[in-house]
Design a binder for this molecule. Sequence first.
Ligand SMILES: *[C@@H]1O[C@H](CO)[C@@H](O)[C@H](O)[C@H]1NC(C)=O
Ligand SMILES: *[C@@H]1O[C@H](CO)[C@@H](O)[C@H](O)[C@H]1NC(C)=O
Length: 371
Amino acid sequence: MSLFVLICMQILFLSGAGHANSKPPESRIIPLHYPALYPESIAWDDGLGCFISGSMALGSLFSITENGTVEEFIQDIDYSRITATLGVTIDSHRQRILTVINNVFDNPSGFHGVACYDLNSKARLFLAKFDKQAWPNDITVDRISGFAFVTDSANDVIYKVSQSGEASEFVKDPLFKSQSIVAVDPAAVRSGLNGITFAEDYLLVIQSNSGKLFKVTLHDHHVHVVDMDECLVAADGISMRKDGLLIVVSTDMLWLVKSRDHWDSAFVVQEVPLDRSFNATSVTFRDPKYAIIAHAYFQDIFTIPNKGMDGLPGGQFRPVFSLQEVQLVGDPDNDPIWLIMIGVIFLVIFGAYKLQMWWFFKKYNQLKKDY
Ligand SMILES: *[C@@H]1O[C@H](CO)[C@@H](O)[C@H](O)[C@H]1NC(C)=O
Ligand SMILES: *[C@@H]1O[C@H](CO)[C@@H](O)[C@H](O)[C@H]1NC(C)=O
């Protein structure tokens, strides 16, 4: 009987393991008809009921409805049409929106920094400027303190920006510089720390060129390389799902990553190949069942002859962009298949027990009859 149960468990286990990747996930493209949008970063806000994106060419903030209607949300004369807006994050707790400003095209009147606005009045709350040699990319906010944390992809530094807009270096650790480079694409090789998100009392930060995920504790600035079997090569944007699973995108792949030990270690739960011609850079959630990926087409902007903001609005910039909705699996620990398996195993053991009892009584009755 025990062998029988073992075989049953084996079969069930195999079917359970195959369950997550059995069929390709649903995927849907939402076109964005907005010339030169180049949305490098995107964030969903429940309060506004729309996505907010930055723009590599236009440098404002844009609202995008779930069906793809794009409108300029915030324009700022200090940098719109001058620099790019990269990372975007919403501090729903304080009703603020923050964006990273990056002088991607070395515009003489441009600068690097972070701008913060009131979500309702759209009034600017602060504009923090960084050093010339900085290369700020993505941003997240600590819900408790209101501090913003910004990755620098060229220098492997994380900056901290206070609620009043004072910027300082938060962490610069030798571990950021000592990882082996696994990326092949030149843009990814040059890019160090990239996507950043906040969880519990630490930050999770991805490094594009090494494909490594770091955990940085807020109170002691301690940096830990998250122990993973997989390398998230050329990873860019990251986003935390409500159930604590992390979604990571590169231009080639989407990974759903889970940790059971507060991100000391982690493993990949789902992998979805992406079409690299979209140059996907960021990911967010409206509904936990679907990842929403922004197609930035960044390659395109660097190959336009009259590069930068000059010449806008011209016919030379890409007219249509897109979002991609990709269906995700649930948390494997809460997968109903496990409950079903436990139920089946219980029934098998119970059935075997019953069968044995039946045999026993049959034999017993026979013996009784014989004597
Ligand atoms: C698109 O979304 C907006 C706002 O969510 C809505 O007003 C509009 O009717 C939608 N359009 C279509 C074609 O569904
Ligand atoms: C970006 O997209 C272009 C085509 O649009 C493709 O040739 C290139 O390989 C992509 N780059 C990356 C890094 O995915």
